[in-house]
Design a binder for this molecule. Sequence first.
Ligand code: SF4
Ligand code: SF4
Length: 494
Amino acid sequence: MPRPGDLVERDFPASAPNQLWVADLTYIHTWSGFVYAAFVIDVYSRMIVGWRLAGHLRTDLPLDALEMAIWRRGGTVNGLVHHSDRGCQGGFNLSIRYTERLADAGAPHLSSPAGRAVVCERRGFPSRRCSGGRGYPMDAVVMDSLEPLVTELRSRGFTVVGPVARNGAIRMDEVSSAAELPRGKGDQQEPGRYRLTERDDDMIFDFAASPDSAKRYTQPPRQTLVRMREETVEEVEPEAPLVALLGVRPCDLAALAVQDRVFLGGRHPDPAYRRRREALFLVTVNCAVPGGTCFCVSMGTGPRASTGFDLALTELAAPHRFLIEAGSERGAEVIEALPHVPAVQHDLVAAEAVSRTAAEHMGRQVETEGIQEWLPEAHDSPRWNEVASRCLACTNCTMVCPTCFCTTMEDTTDLGSGTAERIERWDSCFTLEFSELNGSPVRGSGAGRYRQWLTHKFATWFDQFGTSGCVGCGRCITWCPVGIDVTEELANLR
Ligand code: SF4
Ligand code: SF4
């Protein structure tokens, strides 16, 4: 079979999900022999969309990884370019079965470099690591209660932060028992509208994104940087408490990966961010009931997590139970300390059905094809003024956004104690002061500020950080008091 041509030529841009996938094989030395791993990555989000571990190198291994990737993307991937090496180890491009399966799914465009291995940059921090012997990688297990998990995490010194129903919303707050989690509670989310709902069942995680994201724990809303008293200036040590986030959603894991690029990439990584990030233990929950404003499928970030977590839960009904997968060595250690039984085929099929159903019920969608090119070119659209006529510049959208990271500095003095402090706090590009230079703002109009925000999120963020600035969580739509909807505005601007 002739080798496909190189359609990529080591230039790896993708402006939409399912435009370019890269795939590779690797091997892991364990105490009982080699384990082989095949994986498929969507270049757009750098998410691992399909993977498989096996004790052999037959074509079934990459084929299973490919099946998973195709299934997670809805069964068809029309126009996809699939890039891999020459497949000498059981095969990507040179396997007839693999090639035929890609063509069946709508991806006839195969690509392989001239005798070079594919270089894949892994996203996500801390990255998933493989170790030999016991522990990760391990098979999925099933638990019928989360109480032992909460107890185990607390015994390891973590403050457990999970969803709680409070003040008419599901918020993230400290929990000391699984009994505090929002059993039988749901939500309704639409543009400018959020309502807590009640159900008559035992499900704990059947709701969409909370107004709180993981950002609060990696980049606190307020933090003191410097404290001054008389002649002394003290640099305040940043706090980095051990926090286990229970119930963080796949879109929020993707947002953390975006934040990692912002704060840890480049020449000046932020040591305070790194300390807080490393103090997090992430227990993600694969989404079952997307909100009316969710569009993670369009952004390639959900509804099922594939990387960037320590533990991943899928909540299953009838009987009520949790399928649990480890995503890190310490996640596997926690599982081993908990009462569990191995997952059986029925559990795995049920978990797949949960994610498939969630993907089919996204509240919204965005057409991301070519967005990096056409959105900046919409600079003079009259639509910006139309949005600005409704926008209150309240900054809600940037406050709830899990990837918005802008801050400002404030100096305060306390005459009573004789101290002064320099404080960093969240800020927003929607305020007039944010772009003030020489006494006047660079972006003086509401239209200019909305255009800057939307264009940065969906287009120029790629130029800056190599990824989209939006993960499709829908929070900015739900919590905008006048219901401005990014998906609607993008459709209008296109
Ligand atoms: S722009 Fe809106 S939908 Fe996108 S990540 Fe931010 S809050 Fe979520
Ligand atoms: S939340 Fe809505 S009204 Fe408030 S600044 Fe954002 S777009 Fe404008």
